[in-house]
Structures are given as C-alpha cells and as structure tokens.
Design a protein around this ligand. Structure first.
Ligand code: FES
Length: 285
C-alpha cells in the first residue's frame, strides 16, 4: 500500500480473531519506528472518548504500522473495535512504559493466557532472536478463544496448548505444564506470564519453589495510562509502584496479588453503567 495515501492513526486491517477479540493494524509510522516489546500505547476512538492503554502486540517498522489486539468488553473498547479499515483513531500515543528486558538467558518459558497471547508474542520473538530457547504454554477457556497459536509456534522451539474444557490441546490450566517443564528442565532461567490476573498470580506461585525469575505484565489494570489517576498502583515488595510508569512488567514473586485482585473490582459498577448507557445509545440509533 502506498504510504503517501495513508493518514496517521488510520486503521489498515481489522479482523475478529476470536469472539469479541479484534486484531487491528494501525498506520503509525513514528510509533512503529520506536516500538519495543512490552511497551503500550494510549488509544482514543473519538475526541471525547476515554484513553485506553493497549499493549503493542506487533510492529512493522518498514511498513510503519503497529498491531493491537483489543477485547470488546466495555464502552471504549467497543468503540475502538467498531472502527473499520480506512477510518482513523482519534489518538494513538506512545510508545509508553518500560520495555521488556531482552537478553540471552538460555531457556525461557512464555505463559500466555487468553488475550495475553498478543502482548507476549513480540516478547517471545525478541527473546528467540536474542538466542534463547523459547518454550510457550498458551491457554484459553476453550478452543474458540485461542488465537495466534501459529504465530506463537513460529517464535517458539516448543509450544503446549491447554484449554479449560479440553476442546483443544491438553485439558487443564497452564500452570500444570508449567510445573512439569520446571521439574524436567532445570535450565529454565526465566518465565514470562501474561494473562488474567489470577492466572499470573498462580504462575508466580507455581514458579516460586523453583526459584525461577518470573515476569508478569499488569497491563490490564491500567486506566488512563498517564501516571495521574493512580488506578494502576501496585505493591511490589515494599514499594508502591505505578504500572503505567514503572511497568507494566514486574517481578511476579514480589507483587501483592491479593491487594491487586481486590482493587481490580473497584470500578466494576461504573464500567457496567457506562456500557449499559452505550448499548442504549446504539439501540436508539
Ligand atoms: S493508569 Fe492511571 S496512574 Fe497509571
């Protein structure tokens, strides 16, 4: 595609890759040039919309685009995912956050739960390019919610897929193969876990007895992503840190998971009210 005919923040590609999960490719040449694995962007669907932090799931520096994977669960994410190719996001700002530490550690295990498959992909790719042996464990509730398994397999030396209901791959949770790998392969130097908060908590608990450094990404707890709202505060060891400024990646063995899980429910009511209002407006159109 001729880049001269494109507008900044223009949607180039949109596809529903799993129920209510959309892959969007956005033309953002500056951002694509600077993007590194682990970083995120702030996206607004319209000028009066909410700022939504989204982890960069892929980037193509030459073509000048980034890929985002968005789960349409609330008002703003529904607005973002309803934009069609050719339309533009009102804003796409970044890259923000602290990039992943990429080194040759030896053997690393990547654990991706649900939508976590997207943010973990560029990290796995960079770790493989840095010379690591990459073992990936991808999990989802059922086969319909799995996506990018082929992409993850392309950047992994080994991939294990689990589903809670056994509809694809192994039946069970990602922590089961994770523990097996750690028992059988004492050379694992690092584990990355990205997915729902309870999954990351149990991955960190599972790896603690093996004393393997475990990095989690708390991208889902960010609200405005600017360091001002305080909504992404997290206790890491004896420090209070901000996910959007100090993270989103942290040492999973130091995160206070119980506090984090209780804080995540704080805005559930407001989010539900906003979504109901939005759905009523859409119905009235
Ligand atoms: S998301 Fe608001 S302070 Fe970090």
């Amino acid at each position: 595609m001729n880049q001269d005919s494109l507008y900044p923040n223009q949607i180039l590609y949109r596809r529903e890759i799993a129920p209510a999960i959309f892959e969007l490719r956005v033309y953002t040449p500056f951002l694509a040039r600077k993007a590194r694995p682990g970083e995120f962007v702030l996206v607004m669907a319209d000028p009066r919309g909410e700022r939504i932090p989204l982890t960069i799931a892929d980037f193509d520096r030459q073509a000048g685009n980034i890929t985002l994977v968005v789960m349409a669960i609330g008002t703003s994410t529904r607005k973002i995912t309803s934009l069609l190719p050719g339309q533009t996001l009102s804003a796409c700002i970044g890259p923000l956050g602290v990039a992943s530490e990429i080194e040759n550690y030896g053997t690393v295990v990547m654990v991706a739960g649900g939508v976590g498959a997207a943010p973990i992909y560029p990290i796995a790719r960079a770790l493989r390019e840095a010379g690591n042996r990459v073992i990936t464990v991808q999990g989802a509730r059922n086969k319909h919610l799995l996506f990018w398994t082929d992409r993850l397999a392309d950047v992994s030396d080994q991939i294990i897929v689990t589903t809670d209901d056994g509809s694809f791959g192994r039946k069970g949770l990602v922590t089961e193969p994770l523990v097996e790998i750690l028992r059988q392969q004492p050379d694992v130097r690092r584990v990355y876990a990205i997915g729902p908060t309870p999954m990351m908590k149990f991955c960190a608990l599972a790896t603690a007895p093996f004393n393997v450094r475990t990095i989690v990404s708390l991208n889902t707890i960010m609200i405005d992503g600017t360091g001002m709202c305080g909504g992404c505060r997290v206790m890491v060891g004896d420090k209070t840190l901000f996910t959007c400024v100090d993270g989103p990646e942290f040492d999973g063995h130091l995160v206070n998971w119980d506090l984090l899980l209780s804080r995540q429910k704080i805005y559930a009511r407001e989010e539900q009210c906003s979504l109901e209002r939005y759905l009523q407006q859409m119905e009235a159109r």
